[in-house]
Design a protein around this ligand. Sequence first.
Ligand SMILES: [Zn+2]
Length: 355
Amino acid sequence: MKGKQLFRTTFRVMVLSALILSFALTACATMVNTVLGPVPAEKLGTTLVHEHFVFAYPGWSADATIAPYDFSEALVTNLGVIEAAQRHGIETVIDATTNDVGGRDPELYKVLAKATGLNIICSTGIYTEHEGSPAYFKTRQEWYGTDITKMISEIFITEITKGIGTSGVKAGVIKVGTSGGGPISRYETAVLKEAVVAQKATGVPIITHTDGPAGGVEQAELFLSEGADPKKVMIGHVSNSGDINYHRAILEKGVYIAFDRIGLDIYNPTQVIVENIAQLCKEGYANRIMLSHDTVNYWIGRPYEPPEPALKALADWRIDHISRNVIPALKERGVTDEQIRIMMVENPKNLFLGK
Ligand SMILES: [Zn+2]
């Protein structure tokens, strides 16, 4: 083979190999179910990991004659909310609304995502015994001895792999929770265990609700004892507690923690949360922490006027509080731009990658 010909052949082989490699890398990329279809985890960008576009506590349907769910109103409200988030560079929002409360609306999420370009990740999940709807499952268990565990994992896996109802939307995370501290109830234990079964079957992350200033350690221990991947578990609402030793104790389990009620000052003032996050960053935990607000941007049900003190405590409970107030406050306390990027971009991505 002449020199020129050899060069051409070698060049072609190199180009072909590069193409095959890039194709293989794309095919291997971990895809995340968003409401408009799969997106590579690397493309999620700046993410709020626990918000609610629409929410109602179970029981709202009793009031639906007087206060029915208004899709158009929920749409208009949330378009404004998303615009405010996007103004600060938010690219992805995980909606943490479970199946058994009011407000999980895949059709609405699709319209919102199409109109705004925001990535929206929808949950499959079952809420706490205390504030969810356990009656449907518990009566079957108690009256007929039905194996509710099998029912529960079947729901989670079906919604992740096939979709939610007829919406075509596949869930991207499993959301579960527990009521308060102390031992986890029989019902909630079943739900948490089945979340692990679904994670093993689908590879999808588990995110949680903890009630009050406790319960995170017990949740992490239960997940680990069932064989969950700790790097695909995010223990939520740790900002309910101002005790940094509680945060450290959960982190020791190797899971992610989320200060995801920032602005809900009825639990803890933003200032206390900021101090704790800054301290944990100093201790090297920036790669295990995520931030969000747990906002409810549209409540289903009758409008009500919270009393003055509650209004004051909820003044910063809004989708842009972290961007506008919390990040500057963290920087003032020595948290670096890189640590903020890790908490807002890298960790949400790595939760899906299991890193
Ligand atoms: Zn929530």
